[in-house]
Design a binder for this molecule. Structure first.
Ligand code: VAH
Length: 315
């Protein structure tokens, strides 16, 4: 069976749905901190689980005979700055435990999300390559860089099959994002539909790599299904998606909603965004496991607005 941690989060909910579609609900165990209720997840099983409780995690792995783990539970960049020590504990310790379980032969395969937050200052901001010096300046970026090095260590030393992607900012409408710096690109759509205007906490010309959730889920499964021998990266694969600024995104929304207006009040997350690349070179992922995209900024904008108009009308 498959276990997803952080299954109620922005990626987790949609990844769970996809895995249920492919493998059947009876083969998918979702887990999260929230109390279970019937419309929480499409998975066949739900375990209320604190991933830092190793004994409990090992018990779940045993009870359900889990062989593959998608370990998504994490604090994002904004939240991590506010709780550095807890962020480090949550973002690193469970990953190590899953790698240990794989080393012991309890697990066959692990997916773990890294982020473009591993890059920092001191490198060119455009078209950042797979093998550049990582110099993260945020708690989140430090934890993701350390996590990548642990993945590489367990792969090289013990042959653990742990795979990872440096996600850009992810945009989706099904589940709100929580505590990220790129969340402006999610909030802007909710506010456009509900208020017709948005105050961005990221300044207008700050370009960041972004990706529509449908493409992020596809890339995740393409990597996990790739033959192990094709993979040349054992830290985490660059994934660039599409780069745009808040101004460019606002222009795209105006094409669908001409009266939409935006203004800018950068907050502490502007400094985080300033330490990240504006665009990424993901040619290695394209070569190793056929990374491809279906959604550009206009397809994404149309899909987001269409779905949010329906979703928010129900509230
Ligand atoms: C964040 N959405 O903003 C996440 C992501 C690249 C950004 O890691 O923290």
């Amino acid at each position: 069976k498959i276990l997803i941690t952080g299954a109620l989060g922005q990626i987790g909910t949609e990844l769970t749905n996809k895995l249920v579609e492919i493998h059947g609900a009876e083969n998918v165990v979702a887990s999260g901190l929230d109390r279970w209720d019937k419309n929480l997840t499409s998975a066949g099983f739900y375990e209320r689980m604190d991933v830092t409780n190793t004994q409990l995690v090992r018990q779940v792995i045993k009870d359900y005979e889990i062989t593959t783990v998608y370990h998504l539970a994490s604090l994002l960049s904004g939240t991590s700055e506010k709780q550095p020590l807890f962020a480090w504990k949550l973002n690193i310790e469970p990953l190590l435990q899953f790698c240990e379980m794989a080393k012991e032969g309890l697990l066959k395969k692990i997916f773990w999300p890294s982020s473009i937050a591993v890059f920092g200052t001191g490198i060119p901001k455009e078209n950042v390559g797979q093998e550049v010096v990582l110099n993260p300046t945020t708690v989140y970026g430090i934890s993701k860089m350390a996590g990548e090095k642990w993945c590489e260590y367990y792969h090289n030393k013990f042959g653990v099959d742990v795979r990872s992607i440096r996600y850009p900012g992810l945009i989706s409408w099904k589940t709100p994002a929580g505590g990220g710096t790129t969340d402006y690109a999610v909030e802007i759509f909710y506010e456009a539909v509900e208020q017709g205007k948005y105050t961005s906490f990221i300044s207008e010309n700050t370009g960041m790599p972004m990706l529509y959730m449908n493409d992020a889920i596809k890339a995740t499964l393409d990597l996990m299904n790739a033959p192990k021998e094709n993979l040349t990266v054992h830290t985490a694969y660059n994934l660039g998606g599409m780069s745009f600024t808040p101004k460019e995104l606002a222009e795209e929304i105006k094409k669908e909603m001409p009266d939409f207006t935006i203004d800018y009040q950068p907050d502490f997350r502007q400094q985080i965004a300033d330490s990240w690349p504006a665009s990424i070179d993901d040619s290695v992922a394209k070569k190793d496991w056929g990374l491809s995209y279906d959604y550009g900024i206009s397809e994404m904008t149309k899909d987001m607005l269409e779905n949010l108009k329906v979703k928010l009308a129900k509230n």
